[in-house]
Design a protein around this ligand. Structure first.
Ligand code: 2HG
Ligand code: ZN
Length: 463
């Protein structure tokens, strides 16, 4: 807890409106979308400058209190949860776009800029920011970088890491670092920028970023296909990829579709029933591409790998089809899902899905399992719904036990127990399924170097 003297020191740094301690703010800013932890921060700081962030970190080191860096709080692993009397440092008032360079095709912004604003800004300049996901309207660039956010276009454009040309950070020690300076090429040794990307606020607070913008794709066209079995999904991917550069290859199950129709009133893509659906997107910028997509569809149909399908004929239709995938997480959130965010190499996905299916069939017999994910890049979101009659604690305990088996399988295939949602609090105790003891020792040493007093997001990522 922060004593009155420290609070007044913080107030002096931030000014009258810069520090909130009212119960509603503590509740709002103390948690993210994980919703399994009770928020209990001491205060919320709203710095407006990098110098203020630095001053906050300096005070935290002197007075020995902990800081939780906070972006749009859309995370699903508890990385932005403040449940132990910490000071939450929200970047939301550092929300300016600072510089745009046409020749470099780069934009420099403060960390609190909303992801969708950068997408919009890029579009206004006839460019494209390719990182996209359902929470882009709330998430912030700083948080995206701190978690190396992925989303729906990774198969073509990569993760957030691929777009970051430069960073300004304040380390846990209170030093300001300017990393990589917007350069495309820079072979001068260790690239510290990449250490901060995905560090989940444990090494420093990101205050500014320079992002690469790219050529906007033309006439993005979406196909939704009904697929008869897991095994066929990856064959469909291979067939389409033989002739097209896909910008998305997603999947979801009929139970996911069931909730979209029942709870959100979305229309089914077609009447033919199918246990699984694949959603593909490609740049339809020539007649040849559309022809290639139709031919691939025809081949898959003839080989029994696809049961039916639909292709968007306008951007409105494309958006409507995307809602079938993007709305799943929000739609099932009312059923208290136990979440998994797993990945394996693309070549292992078919075997992985089958093995997970077997575990699920044996161990989750009484529960409903919702399958979806970015299967084209190897990422599966396995969600288990809580039966209405079961207590939350009992449900989570049971799921955690089954999960050990799922994680062990993931480990045996060299996969990751957190593909894109981060480790945070939720996956922290399972880190050893994806990282060796030697690696974890190096990770701890890196943490100690940048944050020797362990004031930044303690207990997240590393125990
Ligand atoms: C998505 O891909 C998000 O929809 C959320 O990453 C995944 O709800 C989930 O498990
Ligand atoms: Zn996802």
């Amino acid at each position: 807890m922060l004593n009155p003297e420290t609070l007044s020191q913080l107030q002096n740094i931030l000014g009258a409106q810069g520090l909130l301690t009212d119960p509603a703010s503590l509740e709002t800013y103390g948690c993210d979308w994980t919703k399994t932890y009770e928020p209990a921060p001491s205060a919320i700081a709203f710095p407006k400058t990098t110098a203020q962030v630095q001053a906050l970190i300096q005070v935290a080191n002197q007075a020995q209190f902990n800081i939780v860096p906070s972006g749009g709080r859309t995370g699903l692993s508890g990385g932005a949860v403040a449940a132990q009397g910490e000071l939450v440092v929200s970047l939301e008032r550092m929300n300016k776009i600072l510089e745009f360079n046409t020749q470099d095709r780069s934009v420099t912004c403060e960390a609190g800029v909303i992801t969708a604003q950068i997408q919009q800004f890029a579009a206004e300049h006839d460019l494209f920011y390719p990182v996209d996901f359902a929470s882009a309207g709330s998430s912030q660039i700083g948080g995206n970088i701190a978690t190396n956010a992925g989303g729906i276009k990774v198969i073509r454009y990569g993760l957030t890491r691929q777009q970051v040309l430069g960073l300004e950070v304040v380390t846990g020690k209170g030093e300001i670092l300017k990393l990589n300076n917007g350069l495309v090429k820079n072979a001068t040794g260790y690239d510290l920028r990449h250490l901060f990307i995905g560090s989940e606020g444990t090494l420093g607070i990101i205050t500014q970023a320079t992002l690469q913008l790219i050529r906007p794709p033309q006439n993005l066209t979406v196909l939704v296909l009904g697929v008869p079995e897991f095994g066929a999904l990856m064959q469909v991917l291979m067939r389409f990829q033989a002739d097209l550069d896909l910008s998305a290859f997603e999947f979801f199950s009929d139970r996911a579709l069931h909730y979209l129709v029942q709870d959100k009133g979305l229309a089914k893509p077609f009447d033919t029933p199918a246990p699984y659906y694949a959603l593909l997107e490609f740049e339809n910028d020539s007649a040849g591409r559309e022809q290639a997509a139709l031919q691939a569809f025809q081949d898959c149909l003839e080989q029994g790998r696809v049961l039916d399908g639909v292709m968007s004929r306008s951007q409105t239709q494309a958006k409507a089809l995307w809602r079938l995938r993007e709305m799943i997480s929000e739609t099932i959130s009312v059923y208290t899902p136990y979440k998994n965010d797993l990945s394996v190499r693309v070549s292992q996905v078919a075997a992985f899905l089958q093995a997970v299916d077997q575990i699920v069939a044996e161990r989750y017999r009484a529960f409903e399992v919702i399958w979806y994910g970015h299967i084209g890049d190897g990422n599966l979101h396995l969600n288990i719904l809580k039966p209405a009659t079961m207590e939350k604690a009992e449900f989570f305990e049971h799921c955690a036990a089954v999960n050990e088996q799922v994680f062990a399988l993931t480990q045996s295939l060299g996969g990751s127990i957190s593909a894109e949602h981060g480790v945070g609090l939720l996956k922290r105790d399972y880190l050893s399924y994806s990282r060796s003891p030697e690696e974890i020792t190096y990770m701890r040493a890196i943490k100690a170097l940048f944050d020797p007093n362990q004031i930044l997001n303690p207990g997240k990522l590393l125990s």
